[in-house]
Design a protein around this ligand. Structure first.
Ligand code: HXC
Length: 257
């Protein structure tokens, strides 16, 4: 449907959650898949899932905070599949902490994983990226523009990611590379929701926040990621597209409703 068959996607944070959902969608579309994540057990399980869809899959254990490891990871990916067509920067870390209680180390950790990780991924991936034709997709969040309490670290990191998206659209657009973001709202069955809405009551509140009054699904985000990676989106770059049930329209007011 998206004509992605035979192309290669490299996904960080690809062993779970939203990004694994995207990897599964790409696998079903016939893409070669490279998964990079820290936890080797989760990575092995994800590789089995991807191969179950009939796709070739290489799984690389690494931390996106380690720039040297990211260079090595792209070399491994290129040795298997040649040039990379799509990079999905999905690795993220989060927990709830009010600013006065958050240690500077905690703030730095999330900035390093989320924002630093996206930079390291794209910096290392550049030389292996199809040019023209390459596509970058960073996983942002409504927190990039909505200042949620207890998430100063993630709010700042996701805002930084949005500017990375836009800056690379400007710098690499002339080379034929598109740079995009997806901003998922509350998505069911993800580690992110488990962390941000750890109780049934909190989950119910999160589901009421978007104007569509429900949680999203990983498939809904994956469909957008497939469209953005495809030639159907060939004139779209430098923008962060919400897949949030309209959460961004109501912002913090959604928490009350
Ligand atoms: C307060 C905390 C904390 C907590 C960690 N810290 N957990 N502070 N409450 N629950 C702070 C502490 O200061 C800690 O250092 C420092 O962060 C580093 O924590 P470590 O656990 O040592 O680091 P690390 O092993 O690298 O773990 C990174 C992590 C962790 C982000 C902190 O939670 C993690 O790895 N999570 C797994 C990935 C994840 O979160 N996935 C969900 C992503 S969903 P000290 O020395 O003080 O202990 C997502 C959705 C976002 O991101 C949507 C909205 C933006």
């Amino acid at each position: 449907m998206y004509n992605l068959n035979g192309r290669t996607a490299f996904l960080t944070g690809g062993s779970s959650g939203i990004t694994l959902g995207i990897a599964e969608k790409y696998a079903k579309e016939g893409m070669n898949i490279v998964l990079l994540a820290r936890n080797e057990d989760k990575l092995a399980a994800a590789k089995t899932i991807i191969e179950g869809h009939g796709a070739k899959c290489v799984a690389i254990p690494a931390d996106v905070r380690d720039a040297e490891a990211m260079e090595g990871a792209f070399q491994i990916a290129a040795s298997h599949f040649g040039e990379i067509n799509v990079i999905v920067a999905g690795a993220a870390g989060n927990f709830l902490a009010m600013a006065k209680d958050l240690k500077p180390k905690g703030f730095k950790t999330v900035m390093d994983i989320d924002a630093g990780g996206v930079f390291n991924t794209y910096h290392a991936g550049f030389q292996h990226l199809a040019r023209p034709g390459g596509c970058l997709i960073a996983i942002s969040a409504p927190q990039a523009t909505i200042p949620y309490p207890a998430q100063i670290h993630a709010n700042a990191a996701k805002a930084a990611i949005d500017q990375i998206v836009r800056t690379l659209a400007v710098e690499w657009g002339p080379l034929g590379v598109r740079s995009l973001g997806i901003s998922p709202g509350p998505i069911a069955d993800t580690e992110g929701m488990a962390r941000l809405a750890p109780t049934p009551k909190a989950l119910e509140q999160a589901a009421r926040a978007p104007v569509l009054k429900r949680l999203g699904t990983k498939d809904e985000v994956a469909d957008l990621a497939a469209f953005l990676a495809s030639d159907h989106a060939s004139y779209i770059t430098g923008t962060i597209i919400p897949c949030d049930g309209g959460l961004g329209l109501v912002g913090l007011a959604g928490l009350g409703g």
